[in-house]
Design a protein around this ligand. Structure first.
Ligand code: GLA
Ligand code: ZN
Length: 685
């Protein structure tokens, strides 16, 4: 098998300050390794025409630069990188480890991942590696080193792009062994592991470390704490592969920022942990024709929150259709521009695409690109991308670096997501990100900016913290939220929060465990609400609203009721409360109203706190219009308006006259907007 000695685990690598950019990165994935050189000259010509400032390559070029062990064929890459450089197009230089070559998996079988039934996969596809494979670690790091040595000091190099959309998961014997080592370090003793995993249940007690196995599909599926720990372990294990590459890049090119591109709603890895290891967050957005623009806004906000508000890169989006859904729909004219600026509105400092040119063959030959099959600049998508490129070339760098001035934080936690997902009960219908999104959308509907952060983030810059369904609560986080409230902050939390500790053991005082005193309630029982038999609640004096997902029967232990249930045997009992704690207030929703009703509740609380949209009078934006703000370090404020809806809207601008950075127009009063209109307004005078 040729495994040899274990390849080392990366140590923490020196931190870099927040990067700033000499250009506005506009461009994307470029695969010259799929094309004969005759095409390259045309690529360069068209890139200039499309106002491309950056190319990402060679993401999947491993075999093209390293066709067998110790053999390197960089000449073609030298050529194309040189051409890009001389045209002033910067490189988002991939370490080329995004896809494993066949020679490697055939030579070293440990490279291939093993599935949850314990079956080793065959070669094919991408993301096929085992994160504990010593050969994968060795060979990927070697390649990263070669790339850094060869290109690290060239002018073209702007950033490093390690691998691509990491996604492996493995259950092989090497991983099982590494998991036991990881558990020993985490728990210290088998007794402690048995206690934390509650293994007395069903005679699961382990009497030897060797008995501990990964949660195979055909094995241990009932120990929930084991599953949560395996998620933690896998997330860490794959991150180590990233860190190993990062370590050599940092050593050779200490000034060059490093990232890896993340994915939409990706549960397997804890991106808050990952974000600590990237110099800037980058991610790939693929909204479909059915996607609510507020969901895309949510994803951008989540990505920005991974580094607590630092701007991110939109590393990929499709210039038009994708090829991997049931219906590969074209983006209608104007949509690409509006969603590109939507990303910027939420904190993107780069707008990039997959892909430059549609492939001639292969799985992605039907995926959208700047350049169509056999095409040149005379096609709709190219013209649209060129227009966006020219706008960003004019104003992009002025927009970069600005922060979103959010006073509200929504807490989101991957470990909690895992905990909720593996729990048997109280309902199979619980979608944790869906719950977070519901709260996000309430704020989004109102045009109020929020940051989505980990519960461990510094909360002191916020006035209002919203913690939806934070079932699994770490001790430090429980304390930090408590001191946030004690110091005058406002908290809104919900049913199924503060229920278990980080090993999934229920708090002995019941819910809301360490938050009981702060919230002034005790949760006696939790009812799951089926969609065909909803409960109802009244918030203050409102009309009855639907109550969904869960309904807790709570007792007031100091808190005041703000709402009550309207149905079931507990009709009339409290469904919403508030409690004063220190100098702050802690609100509790014992059930989950639907998005529009929730918007009303959030509007109520926002009013009390004086938090509102940036529009005139702090009003709710018209339907379909998205409102955000970004503020530069020198205080310049950019008000972004993006109209996603079909119905024309009239937007009440804040007082005074404003210059639209895109059109140059000066406008004031009520601004008419049609679908896909975008405005970026700066106050005049
Ligand atoms: C992902 C990948 C790209 C490409 C696109 C297609 O985002 O990173 O390499 O496969 O999907 O949509
Ligand atoms: Zn493995």
């Amino acid at each position: 098998m040729g495994v040899g000695k274990m390849y080392p685990i990366a140590q923490s690598v020196s931190k870099m300050q927040e990067p700033t950019w000499p250009i506005f990165p506009y461009g994307g994935d470029y695969n010259p390794d799929q094309w004969p050189r005759e095409v390259w000259a045309d690529d360069l010509r068209l890139m200039k025409k499309a106002n491309v400032t950056i190319a990402t390559l060679p993401v999947f070029g491993w075999v093209a630069v390293n066709p067998e062990e110790d053999v390197y064929t960089f000449e073609w890459l030298d050529d194309i990188l040189g051409r890009l450089e001389s045209e002033g197009i910067r490189w988002c230089l991939a370490t080329a480890t995004g896809s494993v070559p066949a020679w490697m998996t055939h030579k070293y079988s440990d490279v291939l991942a093993t599935d949850s039934n314990g079956v080793r996969r065959k070669h094919g596809g991408r993301h096929t590696f085992c994160p504990h494979s010593p050969n994968f670690r060795r060979l990927s790091v070697n390649l990263a080193r070669k790339m850094a040595e060869r290109y690290g000091h060239r002018e073209g190099l702007l950033v490093w792009h390690i691998s691509n959309e990491y996604g492996p998961y493995c259950y092989c014997d090497l991983c099982a062994e590494a998991f036991r080592t990881w558990l020993k370090a985490r728990y210290g003793s088998l007794e402690e592991l048995n206690r934390c995993w509650y293994t007395a249940f069903w005679s699961h007690t382990y009497t030897d470390w060797e008995q501990v196995e990964p949660p195979y599909t055909n094995g241990e599926q009932c120990c929930q704490a084991l599953k949560i720990d395996y998620s933690r372990f896998m997330s860490e294990s794959v991150l180590e592969c990233y860190k190993l590459e990062k370590e050599v890049l940092r050593e050779i090119t200490p000034e060059i920022p490093i990232t890896t591109n993340m994915m939409w709603d990706y549960r397997p890895y804890d991106y808050h942990r990952w974000a600590k290891e990237v110099d800037f967050v980058s991610w790939d957005a693929y909204p479909q024709y059915t996607t609510d623009p507020a969901d895309t806004a949510y994803m951008h906000t989540q990505m920005r929150g991974l580094k607590e508000g630092q701007p991110f890169w939109l590393m990929e989006q499709s210039p038009s259709q994708t090829n991997w859904t049931a219906y590969s729909r074209l983006k209608p004219p104007g949509l690409l521009r509006s969603i590109s600026f939507q990303a910027v509105a939420h904190g993107a400092d780069a707008v990039m695409y997959f892909q430059w040119r549609r492939g001639r063959g292969g799985f992605e030959k039907l995926h959208g690109a700047f350049v169509e099959h056999g095409g040149d600049e005379n096609n709709r998508v190219f013209e649209e991308t060129a227009k966006i490129g020219s706008e960003l070339a004019q104003i992009g760098t002025r927009l970069q670096g600005a922060r979103v001035p959010a006073k509200v934080a929504i807490l989101m936690d991957w470990e909690n997501w895992w905990g909720i997902s593996v729990s048997s009960g109280p309902s199979r219908d619980i979608d944790y990100p869906g719950v977070i999104k519901r709260f996000y959308k309430a704020f989004h509907n109102l045009g109020i900016q929020v940051e989505i952060v980990n519960p461990s983030a510094d909360l002191s810059r916020f006035e209002w913290v919203v913690a939806p369904m934070l079932m699994m609560l770490r001790e430090n986080d429980a304390e930090s939220v408590k001191s946030f409230v004690a110091n005058g902050g406002t908290l809104l939390t919900t049913a199924y929060s503060a229920f278990t500790d980080e090993t999934d053991l229920v708090f002995l005082n019941g819910a809301p465990g360490p938050w009981a005193e702060m919230l002034g309630i005790w949760v006696e029982e939790t009812d799951a609400i089926p969609p065909d038999d909803l409960n109802g609640m009244i918030w203050k004096g409102s009309k009855p609203m639907d109550a969904t997902i869960l309904a807790e029967r709570i007792h007031l232990r100091g808190a005041r009721a703000l709402g009550h249930y309207t149905k079931n045997f507990f009709a009339g009992e409290p469904a919403a409360t508030v409690n004063e704690f220190g100098q702050g207030k802690a609100y509790y929703l014992a059930t989950f109203p639907k998005a529009e009703d929730l918007t009303g509740i959030i509007a109520d609380l926002a009013k009390e706190l004086g938090i509102a949209s940036p529009l005139a009078g702090g009003v709710r934006p018209p339907a379909g219009v998205e409102v955000t703000e970004r503020v530069k370090a020198d205080g310049e404020r950019h008000l972004y308006l993006v109209h996603h809806g079909k119905t024309p809207a009239s937007v009440p601008l804040p007082e005074g006259s404003h210059r639209d950075l895109l059109s140059g127009e000066v406008i004031e009063g009520n601004l008419p907007m049609a679908q896909y209109d975008v405005r970026i307004l700066v106050k005049e005078g």
